[in-house]
Design a protein around this ligand. Structure first.
Ligand SMILES: [Fe+2]
Ligand SMILES: [Fe+2]
Length: 474
């Protein structure tokens, strides 16, 4: 199906034949653009950026590349094609036809899920808005902007659902999504990690590796929803999300590569010496990793959650790759192991699998993350450097749920408050680390040039050369 770009809001949801909905969205659109101008990438409205835009929804045609000024980006509403006769894959309604409308009794829970997802999208744009001023290359600047416009489109995807299926309540939520601000004391974004700062490009790459990957798992769980329009929206969003994680994985990977090159060149035995040459030493990378990983683990919510059980049992939110799991998809008698606190120690308890839905999604996320970190370690290994990046223990630095009651070191040992106070800067970025990383952030905008702390990518975007003019400043 082709998308009609002469329409004010490009879409494949037949908006033209739903005047009320079209008017509601056309009313919201200028508010969105005001938000973009206020909170989108700083000083960027004049730039021509080589961006990907969805034109068709078939696998080969959904990514069209061209120069676009970001405020003119055609944020649209795209749903994956409907699966004919799709049946609900889990919960008490398993086997019934997927819902095209929302059953009244599930309205408020579904609204909450959609708003929570929707809120993360503009939040990350806000967190990243200053980064363009210190980009390590044109290639990276373009990738930042691509991520930003697509997060804007993800907001559109959720606002469409709110407008189309939740009436006046939905329209009010749509306005509130533009009113909250990341890190604002009075009106913050809903989830903790989306109120943290993204002050430098290392943080950006870690964020897109770890936190956009949380997005992948949340969207995957919602892509199983009995509410078919939500499932189809999330499936399309997942195709975009893959690029965000690519930006994170290769961004950190190129940082590691550059550090290793310098270490090899100078035959360094102490990794800390890398700073003398203006690159980011591996122990600092490990501390950034520890921070972003632990903050992101909190996003999955309480390890034992009756809300999560309700969302699952009623068919609103499934598990990662629900249909590939070989169980009864009901979980009434199943158990799941959860790490909890008992007598001041970490203990593994088996709890009702229904109540442990969050924990299971967190564990699926961890598996995916382990694989990515393994690929980073290959780069270090290839340079013959005896250093290994490690994911800290699941209970390390948690701020939500029972695990937040304990101090746990990266190896998973419970430690005293005094030891934490004394040693936490070995494990989490210190002020000095952050100042050092910030000191490396200059603005490199000559095509094909890269900041000293990061290696060039193996290839360009959309088969363009690495030295392509990915952004024109005018
Ligand atoms: Fe997103
Ligand atoms: Fe994303």
């Amino acid at each position: 199906m082709s998308i009609n770009y002469s329409e004010k809001i490009p879409n494949n949801v037949d908006l033209a034949n739903n005047k009320t909905l079209q008017r509601a969205l056309e009313h919201w659109q200028p508010h969105f653009l005001d938000w973009w101008r206020d909170m989108g990438p700083e000083d960027s409205t004049q730039f021509d950026v080589y961006l990907r835009t969805a034109l068709r929804l078939d696998p080969k045609g959904w990514a069209h590349f061209d120069y676009v000024k970001m405020p003119d980006y055609r944020w649209g509403i795209f749903l994956n094609a409907a699966e004919p006769d799709r049946k609900i894959p889990f919960g008490v309604h398993q086997g019934e036809p997927a819902w095209q409308e929302i059953p009244g009794e599930y309205r408020s829970n579904l609204r909450r899920l959609i708003v929570t997802q929707g809120d993360t999208e503009p939040a990350s744009v806000e967190q990243q808005r200053h980064l363009g001023l210190t980009c390590p290359s044109l290639y990276d600047l373009r990738n930042l902007f691509q991520v930003n416009v697509e997060e804007g489109r993800h907001l559109w995807a959720m606002v469409y659902l709110l407008h189309a299926y939740f009436g006046r309540d939905g329209r009010e939520e749509g306005e509130a999504l533009l009113a909250r601000r990341s890190g604002d004391a009075d009106n913050p974004r809903i989830l903790g990690a989306f109120n943290e700062k993204t002050p430098d490009w290392l943080s950006f790459f870690m964020f897109t590796f770890f936190t956009d990957r949380d997005g992948k798992f949340q969207l995957s769980a919602l892509a199983e929803s009995a509410f078919d329009p939500l499932a189809r929206s999330c499936r399309f969003m997942l195709t975009e999300e893959a690029h965000h994680m690519f930006v994170g994985e290769t961004g950190v990977g190129r940082t590691i590569q550059r550090t290793c090159e310098v270490m090899q060149q100078h035959k360094m035995s102490d990794p800390a010496d890398a700073r003398k040459f203006g690159v980011i030493d591996l122990p600092t990378l490990q501390r950034y990793l520890n921070f972003h990983y632990s903050v992101t683990l909190d996003l999955f919510g309480a390890d034992v959650s009756s809300n999560a059980a309700t969302f699952f049992a009623t068919g609103l939110k499934g598990r990662f790759e629900e249909t590939k799991i070989g169980d009864d998809h009901q979980l009434n008698d199943a158990e799941y192991p959860v790490i909890q606190v008992g007598n001041g120690q970490l203990v593994t308890n088996h709890v009702s699998a229904l109540n442990a839905i969050n924990e299971r999604l967190r564990d699926d996320y961890i598996k995916d993350t382990v694989a990515g970190v393994g690929r980073w370690n290959k780069i270090i290994e290839k340079h013959g450097i005896p250093f290994e990046l490690k994911l800290p223990h699941k209970a390390f630095n948690r701020r939500i749920g029972p695990l937040s009651e304990l101090r746990v070191n990266p190896d998973g040992q419970v430690i005293t408050e005094a030891e934490w106070t004394q040693r936490h800067t070995e494990w989490l970025p210190s002020r000095e680390d952050m100042e050092y990383v910030r000191s490396l952030m200059g603005r490199v905008i000559e095509p094909g040039k890269f900041a000293n702390w990061i290696a060039a990518p193996a290839r360009g975007i959309n088969n363009q050369p690495v030295n392509f003019e990915y952004v024109r400043f005018n």
